[in-house]
Structure formats: C-alpha cells, structure tokens
Design a protein around this ligand. Structure first.
Ligand code: ADP
Ligand code: ZN
Length: 289
C-alpha cells in the first residue's frame, strides 16, 4: 500500500491506496501547527504501518525540492509563520523510515492527471489550481519542470481588465494572477464567496479574462499538449467555455494549438487528482529507492 499526503494551507488530506492507484481510505484535518498536524498524519498512517511501502507528499509551498540541499524537504518561505522552515520530510522520516516522494501540491495533481486523468498518454502536461491561491505545475516527458526551484506560475503578471478596479490581493506583487483571480480576489471584489455567485455575475467575465491570459502565456511558454485547470473556482461549469473562447481570441491564430475543447480542460480526476498523483509518486519512489 501507498500513502498520500496533500498538505494544504487550510487542510491536510491523507489517504491510503493500492498499486492500481485506488483510494482505499481517506481522512482530512485542519492545518494547525506542524507538530500537531504531523502527529495526526502519523496516527493515521500508523494503522497501516506494516503494509505501507512509501508515502507521496504534495505540499503547499514554497518548498525545497533539491536533493543535495541541506534544507531538502523543508517548507521554506511560506507566509504561514508556524510552517516557515519546517522540515517536513525529515519529521515524516522519523515516524516512517520508508521512501518519501516530495513535491508541490500542484505538481502532485499534475502527475495524477498525467498517469490517470486527462493527461494520460500525453508528453507535456500543465496543471493549475484556481482556489485559495493559484499554483501551477508542468510535466515534460514524465519529469517536473524545475530549475533553481519549482515553478511559481500562479504569480505570473496579467494585464488588468479595463473594467477591473480591484487592486489585487497578493502581498508581493501588483496585478499577479493569484492576486487578481484566486478565490479570495473574487470574494473581495464582490463581497460574496465564489461558490455563492450567480453564473450571470459580470465578475466571471473578468475572472475568465485572467485565466485565459494564463492559458495564453502557458501556451506560448511551453506549447504543452494540454492545460488543466482545477481548484474550487473552476467548479463553475460555465468558466471552462468562457476561458476557451477568450483564449482563442488572445492567441488570434498565431499558433495552432490542439482543439481548444481538448486543450483547455478541467481535471478528469476532479478533487482526486492530487491524491492519485501522490500515490503514483509514492509508487515511483519505491521503484527508484
Ligand atoms: P484550496 O485552494 O484551499 O485547496 P479550493 O480549491 O476549494 O481549496 O479553493 C477555495 C477557494 O475557491 C475559495 O476562495 C472558495 O470561495 C472558492 N470556491 C470553492 N468552491 C467554489 C465554487 N464552486 N465556485 C466558485 N468558487 C469556489
Ligand atoms: Zn503574487
């Protein structure tokens, strides 16, 4: 059996799965302090200790992913103070001395869609989550795109919509995608949480404008086979079509992408993309160990 940890800023989701990447058991608890939360994580996996081969972790970040770094496996400069410089993998290893795969939450979801979702069989897959924040991960030939660190595509700059007076919500950048288009930006603009906004609300045109700029930038940077948009905000069914249409206008036939209905999509695995990705990464870690 394999373990999955989706470490989010508001909640942790832990799961157990088998070699077919079927989810057998899943629990969730709020993210509090590292000590308290990791104790809960450990208590869950202890029940399966004799069968547990490895664990895959998809974490909020930024995180240190470089194996040769002294702070490998740490969460680094997160605004969540209690978690700054927390040695996540090291702490987990103290509880379970088995292979631990370690990547970002969005990379894990990207991997899930790549092995078992809409990215299956493709070479180049990009995944974004549009939720409390916006994050992106990219896979090329089965390997995550990374350099000095993992990408932070959610903070790309976007061109302000002419009717948008909202100043943005990111403490680091003006007019970055996350600050303009993550769930909290929708809520601050309208005074209403995204899930409670009507599909006819004009704010969705602005929202789709920013997400289509993201798809446009992604297309020209990576020319991927597919761009998958997940996260709470994309549960608005009307959004996908709006983004596809605005994207086509932005590209203006400059490049010929795959048919937009198959190119800009939502995750086939839905909310399970991250968990299945973590299970698959855990499985890979046993092979590579
Ligand atoms: P997280 O990013 O914390 O893992 P979500 O992906 O569910 O979790 O994102 C939460 C954000 O998405 C919140 O800002 C919430 O208001 C918004 N949201 C959640 N569900 C919907 C929905 N159905 N439609 C629009 N916005 C939503
Ligand atoms: Zn930003």
């Amino acid at each position: 059996m394999y373990g999955s940890i989706e470490a989010g800023g508001t909640k942790f989701v832990c799961a157990i799965g088998n070699s077919k990447l079927e989810i057998l058991e899943r629990v969730s608890f709020p993210t509090t302090t590292p000590d308290e939360t990791l104790e809960q994580v450990a208590a869950f996996f202890k029940q399966y200790q004799t069968q547990l081969a490895s664990i895959g972790v998809g974490s909020f970040g930024p995180i240190d992913i470089h194996h040769d770094s002294v702070t490998y496996g740490h969460i680094t400069s997160t605004p969540k103070l209690a978690w700054q410089n927390f040695d996540f993998v090291g702490t987990l290893k103290k509880y379970f001395n088995i292979p631990i795969a370690w990547t970002t939450d969005v990379n894990a979801a990207c991997y899930g869609e790549y092995v078992a979702g809409n990215g299956k069989g493709l070479t180049s897959v990009v995944y974004y989550t549009v939720g409390t924040g916006i994050g992106g991960g990219a896979l090329q030939n089965g390997a995550f795109v990374e350099g000095f660190s993992h990408p932070e595509m959610g903070h790309m700059l976007v061109k302000r919509h002419p009717e948008d007076t909202f100043l943005g919500n990111c403490p680091f950048h003006q007019d970055c995608l996350e600050g303009m288009a993550a769930g909290p930006a929708l809520e601050k603009r309208t005074g209403t949480k995204g899930e409670n906004l009507l599909a006819e609300d004009p704010v969705w045109e602005i929202e789709a404008d920013y997400i289509s700029q993201c798809a446009y930038n992604t297309t020209l940077m990576f020319a991927p086979d597919i761009i998958i948009f997940g996260g709470g905000v994309m549960k608005q069914d009307h959004m996908k079509k709006k983004v596809q249409e605005k994207f086509a206008k932005l590209v203006n036939h400059y490049v010929t992408t795959p048919a937009v209905e198959e190119y800009i999509v939502t995750p086939k695995l839905g909310d399970n993309a991250g968990t299945i990705g973590c299970l698959a990464l855990a499985q890979d870690a046993t092979i590579n160990a």
